[in-house]
Design a binder for this molecule. Sequence first.
Ligand SMILES: O=C(O)CCC(=O)C(=O)O
Ligand SMILES: [Fe+2]
Length: 318
Amino acid sequence: MTMDHSPGASEGGLGEAEFFRKMVQSFPNILHKHNTKTLDQEQPPDQYFEFPLGARFSAPTRDVGLSMRDMVSCSLHQHGVAAIELGFEDEKSQFLLELVKQMNFEPDSHSSTQGALWDVTPKPEGIESTSASATQGRAHSKSHGVGEFAWHTDGAFETRPQRFFGFHIIRPDRLGGGVFRLLPAQDLAASLSPSTVETLLRTEFDVRVPDEFYKGVATNRGKLLDTDPVTGNYLLRFRADILPDPPKPGDEAANKAVAELKGLLDDTATKGLRLPEDVFKENVVLLMDNARFLHMRTPIHDQRRLLRRIRFHPKEEA
Ligand SMILES: O=C(O)CCC(=O)C(=O)O
Ligand SMILES: [Fe+2]
């Protein structure tokens, strides 16, 4: 065996982390290399999201994929991400749905007219909505448009936002658009002033439910920033366009805190971390902790780009 002299390798024997790394690398269905080439050399180089060791899997068949559910679930809880490359056809994304159920999560419906699976793809006709403010019973979501979808967490307007979401990437944008990025809550909080963090941790805001996600109530209320009582990780609920203006009438500190947060996210220098192209690719299932990251996507160039989305809760909370 060749000795590893990388930082973290212990002297004169395998430390625990090193042992784990070697074990993971020896397992054929856990992937560990990814390519971080930038596509467009004109742009400043993108920073890429580094998939932690043990967060990428290969599922040559449906059964092998489902048999890895405990490892996938462990990665999702520990790292907040998991990606599985499917080696089989699954036109209707039934593997995604089945995996989520077998990991003991509870898929949520998207609205009172849409089920657990939702196509993120250009759809100018919109979808049916039962909201009173919908025009002629139809509503248009950002995920059906071709514009940029700015930093957000999914379901930020829900009574209880879904803790997790996943995509079956059926067709990534083949024309260079639709770049998906993450911004870890930890990094975001570190970029805000301590007084803003403190204000956001204690303030509840009213949030508007968009028509396309209407399930019977027009507004909800919640904190934009919280901490996980077990891990201490920061947890987010955010989407700028569902906050009222001003965000909290009469509460100057709260309004200032939101202005600082929005200003930071509007700044084009806040680019977050791009998902590597060899992860965000055709026939990959990507699972994410919706509260540990903000996510965004750049404008779509390829009208046939298609992601199939699921949102889900831990079962005991559903
Ligand atoms: O299109 C994408 O890459 C992401 C879309 C998204 O974030 C959403 O639909 O909530
Ligand atoms: Fe989203």
